[in-house]
Design a protein around this ligand. Structure first.
Ligand code: GLV
Ligand code: MN
Ligand code: MN
Length: 418
């Protein structure tokens, strides 16, 4: 099929457009956090593109943008494609967004060819996969999957705005977020195209691959409380420095996870220190801890070992320690049948073998798996780099991914004349 536009390349260019204001809160390095004006601008733009692709468009109660391309007959269940449209601070243009723009390209190709399938196609742009505004992530896919925890509404952003207030400011009712839940019978499956964010495809010399499973993930906030004091006059032996304790704990995280196996990784990505001055011994320090592994058992064992070690450090230094478990996401194997169909589509498209690979990154697909069969198509990115402004995907690789998605749809039901 010749769609009349550069499938895949256009999806990349659309992500490039959305890396700048008004689609980004910042001019250099993409920052598009949940329920911000930049998020709204992206939804407005995506709505236009979805409309041009022949889709009806709505924003659900959780702020998800949902486009629908009807089947030959109305009210058929849908195959859903898509990913998230929010980003980390100073992120790359393609993490999440490319999954949405690629899916739009595919639907537009069908639309231009006047083809409808026996199943409807929906495209979703989830708003909160990263948790870059509020500490917990995947609130939007949780809402769609019926697993949204209203306790999330009380989380505050860096300016003290609660998620509930952010929903209201966005024009959505916080007490209605749960109404975004979809019925299992509505959705045949969820397919998330996403950049790999790691080096495996590049090392294998392949444009795309199919995900076997998504790693288990735990988010924990760790607070250390000591005694503030004068940096010039307090002898070292009399100090109860919570930041020094936190530093020792961070080294323990690195050492433990380096020695681990089964994809164990641990990251301290955020730290705050009070009061925070050259000449004051800190009184308190707080850091975030993100631990992931291929299985829940490995992830939990690491968390237990690390928290035990933190307790020892705190005790030895006479420091108060408080642990807050912010989020736990279970490891999520991909749906076998959907993944097999994706693999066949890859093999048919590239006329070669398909690499199957695990995902260390979290994805909305792991939440959607609680609602319907879910699978992921990974797309090669340069140097495996992501969560960085230099994240890069070639037009050619994106075009392969778009062709794979169309091949998947062709094989799924086959086109039916309008
Ligand atoms: C999202 O990118 C995550 O894996 O944290
Ligand atoms: Mn990300
Ligand atoms: Mn992502």
């Amino acid at each position: 099929m010749t769609p009349g536009f550069d499938m895949g390349a256009r999806a990349v260019l659309r992500c490039d457009l959305m890396r700048r204001p008004p689609f980004s809160e910042t001019a250099d390095g993409l920052c598009r956090r949940f329920l911000t004006p930049a998020h709204k601008a992206a939804l407005d733009q995506l709505s236009v593109w979805m409309g041009e692709a022949g889709m009806s468009v709505r924003i659900d109660a959780a702020g998800n943008l949902v486009g629908r391309y009807e089947a030959t007959t109305p009210e058929r269940p849908a195959l859903m494609f898509g990913s998230h449209i929010d980003s980390v601070r100073n992120g790359g243009a393609y993490d999440g967004a490319l999954g949405v723009t690629l899916a739009i390209d595919c639907v537009e190709a069908l639309h231009r060819a006047r083809r409808r399938l026996d199943v409807a196609i929906e495209i979703v742009a989830f708003g909160d996969e990263e948790g870059s505004r509020f500490a917990a992530s995947m609130g939007c896919s949780r809402a769609m999957a019926g697993s949204f925890d209203p306790a999330m509404l009380a989380l505050t952003d860096i300016d003290g705005v609660t998620m509930a207030e952010a929903f209201s400011n966005f024009g959505l009712a916080p007490d209605k977020v749960g109404e975004a839940a979809r019925a299992c019978a509505d959705l045949i499956g969820f397919i998330e195209p996403h950049i790999e964010q790691g080096p495996a495809l590049e090392e294998a010399g392949l444009a795309v691959g199919v995900v076997t499973a998504i790693a288990a993930q735990r988010r924990i906030r760790v607070r250390w409380a000591g005694r503030a004091g004068h940096a010039g006059t307090t002898p070292m032996r009399l100090r109860r420095d919570p930041l020094a304790a936190a530093a020792e704990a961070m080294s323990a995280v690195e050492a433990h996870c380096r020695a681990g196996s089964h994809g164990l990784v641990g990251t301290v990505g955020q730290i705050s220190v009070q009061p925070g001055a050259f000449n004051v011994i800190p009184g308190a320090a707080t850091f975030s801890l993100d631990v992931r592994a291929e299985t829940d058992a490995v992830c939990d064992a690491a968390v237990t070992a690390l928290l035990d070690r933190f307790g020892e450090i705190a005790e030895a230094r006479d420091i108060g320690l408080e642990i807050e478990r912010v989020q736990s996401l279970a490891a999520s194997p991909s749906d076998a049948a959907l993944s097999a169909a994706l693999r066949r589509a890859v093999e048919a498209t590239v006329a070669g073998p398909c690499l199957s690979l695990p995902s260390g990154a979290g994805h909305d697909a792991m939440v959607m798996a609680g609602l319907c069969p879910a699978a992921m198509l990974f797309i090669r990115c340069r140097d495996g780099l992501s969560h960085h402004p230099d994240e890069h995907v070639t037009h050619e690789d994106a075009a392969v991914a778009a062709r794979v998605l169309l091949a998947f749809l062709d094989a799924y039901e086959g086109p039916v004349a309008p």
